[in-house]
Design a protein around this ligand. Structure first.
Ligand code: NDP
Length: 246
């Protein structure tokens, strides 16, 4: 399906990003997966997929540092010669109520989740414009729509991705580049595993389907948005949340 295409997936070596990398690689794309600190997980994923005949490269770099974003994009261009798809998936949480949240807690989360998507987009955008085609998918969250106790920084960053997506979609609408946002609900990854069990139990009790989502259930929506046939979908938001927010 994606033979000849190149995808760059930030945070592409663990959790939801790993599922996206895997699905795209199995669909024939060459995939560059970014990571920040988890070298072992990155190498393990690359090894697994390479053994299956996929072409996957891994790139260390912090999305909240524009110089890292540019270096990663340069590495991918050197390795694969083009970038068709950018998936801005890297994200973190630092959960505290606003009363306890420090300025640093706020900035760290906004820097990775929102500024990081902006910085990585800037690093690939001119290349996509030159080629007159590209696909950008930003991974937001249901929390960006609903807010959540203890997640003001995270909710603000994820809400910001809706604004970034829609503005960029407008700016790129006549340049062959689509920009969409995917907002998962609660998905089984290490990020969710870090939540206290009692909180998790109460979250699941509020999900109409009474279960967490799986990373591959998010990946398949991303894959759909990247397909050639999805070229008329831009500025759109897709939710995947078991009915949590309708
Ligand atoms: P994980 O914590 O499992 O993985 C996060 C990924 O982001 C890792 O690959 C990590 O790299 C990378 N990352 C973190 N900080 C940086 C940074 N500064 N620069 C570059 N990469 C970085 O998260 P999930 O898979 O759960 O989440 C993926 C995305 O989906 C996030 O944006 C998250 O907000 C969003 N999301 C998740 C939901 C969930 O329920 N899990 C629900 C809704 C949205 P490293 O391995 O090196 O640490």
């Amino acid at each position: 399906m994606f033979d000849g295409h190149v995808a760059l997936v930030t945070g592409g070596t663990r959790g939801i990003g790993s599922a996206i990398t895997t699905m795209l690689a199995k669909s024939g794309a060459r995939v560059a997966a970014g990571y920040s600190r988890g070298k072992d997980a990155a190498e393990a994923l690359q090894g697994r997929l390479s053994d299956q005949g996929a072409q996957v490269s891994i790139h260390q770099g912090r999305v909240d540092r524009p110089e890292d974003c540019q270096r990663v994009v340069d590495e991918v261009m050197q390795q694969f010669g083009r970038i068709d798809f950018l998936v801005n998936n890297a994200g973190i949480t630092v959960d505290k109520t606003v009363r306890k949240m420090t300025f640093e807690d706020w900035r760290n989360v906004l820097d990775v989740n929102l500024f990081g998507a902006f910085a990585m987009t800037k690093a690939v955008l001119e290349h996509m414009i030159e080629r007159g085609s590209g696909r950008i998918v930003n991974i937001s969250s249901v929390i960006g729509e609903t807010g959540n106790v203890g997640q003001a920084n995270y909710a603000a960053s994820k809400a910001g991705l809706f604004g970034l997506t829609k503005s960029l979609a407008l700016e790129m609408a006549r340049r062959g580049i689509t920009v969409n946002v995917v907002a998962p609900g609660f998905i089984e990854t290490e990020m969710v595993a870090a939540m206290p069990q009692a909180v998790l139990d109460s979250v699941v009790a509020q999900i109409p389907q009474r279960r967490l989502g799986r990373p591959d259930e998010v990946a398949r929506v991303v894959q759909f948005l990247l397909e050639d046939e999805s070229s008329y979908i831009t500025g759109a938001a897709y939710t995947i949340n078991g009915g949590l927010d309708m």
